[in-house]
Design a protein around this ligand. Sequence first.
Ligand code: F6P
Length: 318
Amino acid sequence: MTSGGDAPGMNAAIRAVVRACAYYDVQCIGFYRGYQGIIENDFVELLPRSVKNIINKGGTILKSARSGDFRTEEGRKKANENLKKNEVDAMVLIGGDGTFTGGLIFSEEFGFPVVGIPATIDNDIVGTQSTIGFDTALNTVVDAVDKIRDTASSHNRLFFVEVMGRDSGFIALNSGVGAGAEEILIPEEDNGLTKLLESLKRSKRSGKSSSIVIVAEGDKTGKNVFELADYVQEHMPEYNSRVTVLGHLQRGGSPSCFDRVLASRFGVKAVEYLLDGKKNFMVGFENNKISSTDISDIKKGTHDINRELLRISDILSI
Ligand code: F6P
């Protein structure tokens, strides 16, 4: 099943799980709408040809949801009954930290084996350097910011571009460096409004006529990106500022080659680990290898952002 926010590459992961199952002679069914589909016993049998022509598609053919019912004991009991009824031996959960938290609770309550495949554009999961969808989202953001830069430079404007990342700055930091942003504001680093103003003024003095500031959705420098832009405009009337919120277009679209390969590797390895008797873990990508982390360790940790990238951005925005 796929659960939580959709991410480009989820379909490639479904395809890999289904085909690896067929390869090893394991029956595979797909539940719709994440945990909610299990509670409602809404599923489809998945055969190798059921997943044809989906490796290149964004979204998820199994649909996704954040199930409120699964948060209740009653909901989880119902899910367990349905899994038993359908003779399901193990579950592959494709999603983010919320999905894995649900999986951990469920595996503890019912002793049900689960394996997680990390898929979220936010990349905020412990136990993997990359999650499915992150690379595609970065390319989408960089492409959008390149276009915004045309207007910024033609009109001598200051643009604030809000990118996704409710609790984390991975998208902002990586796309900010990739798109050559002057400033990158992320929830993990609170430098305050004064530093932002100082640095924008320094840029202006050094001859820059336009600037792009990438703001992660979860950043708290201003109350929100609009108030932040108003504040800066007030203190830097010489600039003409604009705000662009990229929103959900960052979650859609055809997955990048990197995400397709990652999803394919995750899917096959998840099935192989399960067949080897491993349970309650998440597959990950570390040091160019597929790794596995106990699902209980994922909940505890936090995936740190790469501070080296902040330093690089500071140096390059001189
Ligand atoms: O997929 C995670 C995420 O992209 C967050 O960064 C964002 O805040 C959230 O999804 C919004 O998702 P939704 O609109 O589905 O609640």
